[in-house]
Design a protein around this ligand. Structure first.
Ligand SMILES: Cc1ncc(COP(=O)(O)O)c(C=O)c1O
Length: 503
């Protein structure tokens, strides 16, 4: 192993720059619009403005707002501009965070601690959320010792509110729902969930990490959306990511609460440390001044008209994609067309989604593979619009290729993802994926072989599962299927006395 080491003397600027440029060469091309997730690119001019703010403030630290009053003021303005956009009351308060995950971690921590102070006898707190809620809630529950109780979603991806109601018990500390949810882009029925929250006296967090900076403009453009923000009485907090449709550099999100009575449970105070009395509003200690200043700059530079212009482009691209995909035989769209997420799946057994994804990837389209059911997720931005016709033409061609070659589902990533999606023992998959993480972060630098940042995880891990357990798992699944079919037949006979009179 050759361990990377510090150069004995610092390299000159040109050498460092050229190495940086060279290392970026293998990354996905997000400026050309061919990437459907991870980056929310506007243009070079917007980038330059945020870059200037980053560089002016990159050394500053929002850990101590007394020392950096500039950061405190910018954070305040970002929070209040966001609160206004989300129709928050005059009492609305909040903080900036490092991203959607931190905002959601904080929501769970805040409501757990709030309930701890109100009902200290709750020893096993739980939260009730839709099955489609972002996986950051799993992380939050894991970190904070909270149980996640999951309500199923209906066919259109919206949560079944009656099921949520049935799951609420004496240990429930909060409800959450999404506007919209990540996997299919459907909006949960926030007014109904809000009513449930009021009925049971529980706080409701709306995860608008994705939609927070897009839905207000869609609403102005006439898109019919269910109410989802602070106008819904039961909503107590909302998260909205600046580094998504706020078009800010990575590392910024906002969490807004209805009032200080809620936010105070987010804060951390330790008075007994020899380093002094320590207070911190969120999870990190040191907080990047560059992230705050550049997010502030993004909002200020774009203004309402800039956001509207970008929303018009993203909405048009989403509609063109939906229309085009719905015309491709063998594909179907999942979820509701509420926002700027497009998710497609197979509508015919001859079309294996993962095999189509492999073909598309070979044509240079990064693919976000999902499971339950196998599907492809697309986050749509204005920058994607020019490539939509090319994407649709390639997609139609790839679907035709897969239909003509059923064997493709057993090749490449398709075989691996196909198996992954079918394995009922998710614990087994998680164990194997953990091993891949260990390999990736190994002392020798490991290998970066994750096919995508999507939910399905790493090809290598699954390949190991296929090699080790493949035959056994497929055999077992086949047997389960046979038993289920046999049982259905017998039950059918019992119920209908053997007569096949009912359709
Ligand atoms: C609805 C939703 N919530 C939370 C997150 C997590 O955000 P982050 O990746 O910034 O932590 C995402 C990310 O896509 C999301 O779409």
């Amino acid at each position: 192993m050759t361990r990377p080491r510090l150069p004995l003397s610092g390299l000159d600027r040109d050498t460092v720059n050229s190495r940086l440029v060279a290392s970026a060469a293998s990354d996905v091309d997000y400026k050309g619009g061919r990437t459907w997730s991870l980056v929310y690119w506007v243009d070079d001019q917007h980038h330059a403005r945020c870059e200037r703010a980053q560089s002016l403030f990159m050394d500053t630290n929002a850990l101590n707002p007394m020392a950096f009053k500039s950061l405190k003021q910018m954070e305040y303005e970002v929070v209040q501009m966001t609160a206004g956009m989300l129709n928050g009351p005059d009492t609305a308060v909040g903080t900036m965070t490092s991203g959607g995950t931190e905002s959601l971690l904080l929501a769970v921590k805040t409501y757990r601690d709030r309930m701890k102070s109100k009902r200290p006898w709750i020893l096993r707190p739980n939260i009730v959320v839709p099955a489609s809620i972002h996986v950051a809630f799993d992380k939050a529950c894991h970190f904070f010792g909270v149980t996640k109780k999951v309500a199923p979603v209906l066919d259109d991806g919206r949560v079944d509110v009656d099921a949520m109601r049935r799951l609420v018990d004496r240990n429930t500390v909060m409800l959450a729902a999404s506007a919209p949810q990540y996997p299919w882009g459907s909006m949960d029925p926030i007014p109904e969930v809000g009513a449930l929250a009021l009925e049971r006296g529980l706080p409701l967090h709306v995860d608008a990490c994705f939609g927070g900076f897009m839905l207000p403009w869609l609403e102005r453009l006439g898109v019919e959306l269910p109410a989802w923000d602070f106008r819904v009485p039961g909503v107590t907090s909302i998260s909205a990511d600046l580094h998504k449709y706020g078009y800010a550099p990575k590392g910024s999100s906002v969490i807004v609460y209805r009032d200080m009575g809620l936010l105070r449970h987010q804060f951390f105070v330790a008075a007994g440390w020899s380093g002094g009395i320590y207070v911190s509003p969120s999870i990190p200690g040191t907080r990047s001044g560059g992230a705050i200043a550049s997010a502030w700059t993004s909002l200020m530079s774009l203004g309402e008209d800039g956001f509207m212009r970008l929303a018009v482009g993203a909405l048009a691209a989403s509609r063109e994609l939906r229309e085009g995909i719905s015309k491709i035989e063998g594909l179907r769209l999942l979820g509701r067309p509420d926002a700027t997420i497009v998710t497609w799946a197979s509508s015919h057994e001859s079309v294996d989604v993962y095999a189509v994804a492999d073909r598309m990837a070979a044509r240079g389209w990064p693919m976000d593979r999902q499971q339950d059911p196998p599907s492809i997720h697309m986050t749509v931005n204005a920058v994607n619009r020019p490539v939509v016709p090319e994407y649709l033409a390639d997609l139609a061609a790839c679907v035709a290729e897969v239909r003509a070659n059923p064997g493709l589902r057993k090749e490449g990533e398709a075989a691996v993802y196909g198996l992954m999606a079918k394995i009922p023992l998710k614990g087994l998959v998680e164990r194997e994926v953990l091993k891949v993480m260990e390999q990736m972060y190994a002392a020798d630098g490991g290998e970066t072989k994750l096919e995508s940042a999507g939910a399905a995880g790493s090809g290598r891990a699954v390949q190991q599962i296929v090699d080790r357990y493949g035959d056994r798992i497929f055999g077992a699944l086949e047997r389960v299927k046979q038993v289920r079919t046999e049982l259905r037949k017998r039950l059918g006979k019992l119920r209908f006395g053997g007569r096949r009179s009912r359709p």
